[in-house]
Design a protein around this ligand. Structure first.
Ligand code: SAM
Length: 288
C-alpha cells in the first residue's frame, strides 16, 4: 500500500472516479486502485446522491433536493445569524456571496435533506465549534417539528486538536440562530468520555462525527457508535479522507459507504448487522 497524506487522497479519489468512467485503457487500473485505496465506498455523482442515500435508508423522498436547498437558502434566521457573525468579525468570509454556502450537494444531503426525510427523534453529533453545519441540523429538526440534537464538543483552540480557530466556551455554536436552540443540548467535554455515555443514554437514529480527526479518535468514535447505536441507525462523518479510519471501519464491519463527488470528504453508512450479530451480539448485557 502506498502511503498518502490527506491532500493527496482528496485529490486522487475524484480523479480516479472520473477516469474509471472515461477511458477503456485505464479502466481496469483505476478499478484496482479504487478497490485498494477506497474499498467499500461508492462514490456518486451529485445528481444521483440524494436518491442513493434515501434508497439506502428505505425512504422514498417527499421532496426534491432543490426544495430542501431552497428551504436552507431562504431561511432568514440562518442568513441573519451567518452574515451578522461575518459583520461582527467572528466568522471568516468564506464565500463570494451567501448562496455559495449551499453549493455542495453532499453537505445539503447529510446535514439537512436526509434529516428532513428521516424525521429522527434523536441525533448525536461530535464537534460543534462555530456550529456551521449544526445550524442546518437544528433547522431540519425545527422544520420537522420534532427531534433533539445532542452535541458533544470541546471548545476549539487554534492550533490544537486539529483546529485553526479559537471559540470561547460560551460562544460555541454562535452560527446557530437562538430560535433553533430549543431542540439542542450541548454537552461540553471529551467525546472519549461523553460519546459512550450519551449513546448508552439516548437511542439515537443518527450519529455525526466531526470532532478530532486523528486515526485513533475517528476509529474510536466509529466503532463506539457501531456497537452502541441501534441497528439501521445512520452514521455520517466529515473528513473521511484525512486518514484511512473510515475505510478500515467500513471494511471491518463489511458496511457499504456512500459519498458524493462534490465533497468526497463526507461519508454515509448505515449500521447494518447480519443475522448472527442481530441474534447474539446487540444490546448491552447488564446481567448474566
Ligand atoms: C471541525 S470542528 C466542528 C465543526 C462543526 N461540526 C461545524 O459544523 O462547524 C471540530 C470540533 O471538535 C472539537 N473537538 C476536538 N477534539 C474533541 C474531542 N476529543 N471531544 C469533543 N470535541 C472535540 C474541536 O474543539 C472543535 O470544536
Amino acid at each position: 500500500m502506498i502511503a498518502m497524506n490527506k491532500n493527496q487522497r482528496m485529490w486522487l479519489l475524484p480523479r480516479l472516479m472520473e477516469l474509471k468512467h472515461r477511458s477503456s485503457l485505464v479502466k481496469p487500473l483505476c478499478r484496482l486502485a479504487l478497490k485498494s485505496f477506497f474499498s467499500h465506498i461508492r462514490l456518486h455523482k451529485p445528481e444521483d446522491y440524494f436518491a442513493a442515500v434515501t434508497r439506502s435508508c428505505g425512504i422514498v423522498p417527499r421532496h426534491s433536493l432543490s426544495h430542501y436547498r431552497n428551504e436552507l437558502l431562504n431561511d432568514k434566521l440562518l442568513k441573519e445569524t451567518y452574515t451578522g457573525a461575518i459583520a461582527a468579525g467572528k466568522q471568516k468570509q468564506k464565500y463570494a456571496d451567501y448562496e455559495q454556502r449551499f453549493h455542495s450537494v453532499a453537505n445539503i444531503v447529510h446535514y439537512y435533506a436526509l434529516l428532513r426525510e428521516l424525521l429522527p427523534e434523536y441525533v448525536i453529533e461530535t464537534g460543534t465549534a462555530t456550529g456551521s453545519m449544526t445550524s442546518w441540523v437544528l433547522k431540519a429538526l425545527h422544520e420537522n417539528g420534532r427531534g433533539r440534537l445532542i452535541s458533544i464538543d470541546l471548545p476549539p483552540i487554534a492550533n490544537r486538536l486539529t483546529m485553526d480557530i479559537t471559540v470561547a466556551p460560551e460562544e460555541v455554536g454562535f452560527l446557530i440562530p437562538k430560535e433553533y436552540r430549543k431542540q439542542w443540548d450541548l454537552r461540553v467535554g471529551d467525546a472519549k468520555v461523553l460519546l459512550p455515555k450519551t449513546l448508552l443514554d439516548i437511542p439515537a437514529d443518527v450519529f455525526i462525527h466531526d470532532s478530532l480527526h486523528t486515526t485513533t479518535h475517528m476509529s474510536f468514535e466509529y466503532h463506539t457508535a457501531r456497537a452502541l447505536l441501534k441497528p439501521n441507525a445512520v452514521i455520517l462523518s466529515d473528513d473521511i479522507l484525512w486518514n484511512r479510519s473510515w475505510y478500515q471501519f467500513l471494511k471491518t464491519h463489511n458496511l457499504k459507504g456512500l459519498s458524493c463527488e462534490d465533497n468526497a470528504n463526507l461519508g454515509f453508512t448505515i449500521n447494518r448487522f447480519d443475522d448472527f450479530e442481530k441474534a447474539e451480539g446487540l444490546g448491552v448485557i447488564e446481567q448474566i
